[in-house]
Ligand binder design. Sequence first.
Ligand code: PMP
Length: 361
Amino acid sequence: MPPTRITAMPERLLRKEVLALHAYHVPPGNGMVKLDAMENPYPLPPQLRQEIARAVADAAINRYPDASALCLKEKIRAVTGLAQGTELLLGNGSDEIIQLLALAFAKPGATLLSVEPSFVMYKMIAAFAGMQYVGVPLTEDFALDLPAMLSAMERHQPALVFIAYPNNPSGNLFDAEDVEQIILAAPGLVVVDEAYYAFASASFIPMLARYPNLLVMRTFSKLGMAGLRLGFLAGSPLWLAQLEKLRLPYNIGVLTQLVAAKLLQHHDILLQQAEQIKQDRTWLYERLVGTVDVRAYPSEANFILFHVAHAGKVFEGLKQRGVLIKNLHGAHPALTGCLRVTVGTPEENELFIRALQESIH
Ligand code: PMP
């Protein structure tokens, strides 16, 4: 085959939605103070690490994992306080669950609706799963615009609605009554994405029994297991039994099942770390608010969104000083001038604030 025909093949054979996508960009963070990805900055206590090392040494990695992950699911139930009759589906990260949902709902012309700005994967996955996407703008202070949401749902009849609670990248919890109005008015399924639940003061898990069209999705990434890749979807078996058909049989590996189950047995350690992060979030927020030319947004997550006059310059200044955060300038019109910093250890937070002050002025 002539080389030009080979190089033209992807263009000819791939779906136009795939050709139009840009891959999710992850910048290298080696050697940096890494405050860009909402990770828990704390290592595990040495004793627990040794316990994990021993368990991993004995793991049967020559065997496929338990396809239904029964032991892990039991541990998740125990720490999440799910009511009887609530089912669970596990994902290789909650990203995988968003993808599974979009695949399941992607009838020709079906719509996925969310708010903007929010987690970018809702839009990206809708595009590659072949769903229509509608993003309803939040208000200027990143609150839900309920009338706009209700009229968009009326107009577009979304099969699937995603609400991040707290929202990424703004960090706030939406008004719970507004979210309930959306659940009541939705013609299809509403997924409340509680990726940052460990740092927030509210949850929709108790509402699962009340609303049959509500599912709650969570991830353990932000609680200290980002490297394991584990998320779950909770709700009525009516939905989950159908969705389970799309889950690939061995999506949660032997090591993830083993290590996550062990960590959930020591859930109190992770919760203490989350508590520390919440306290340090207050410290960081106050420093940001007290910095000239910075406007910081209140957060119920493990990160803070803030606005500066010259986001690109400040982002680069921080990078030169060894601190990596997320530059959201240009990601969405409502995020012009915005940067997002993950709450790190107290030392990392101090380094960040110092580098920020030097970069702004
Ligand atoms: N939902 C939200 C709102 C997020 O911010 C993220 C990660 N940035 C995810 C889901 C995905 O998390 P993971 O795939 O690590 O579970």
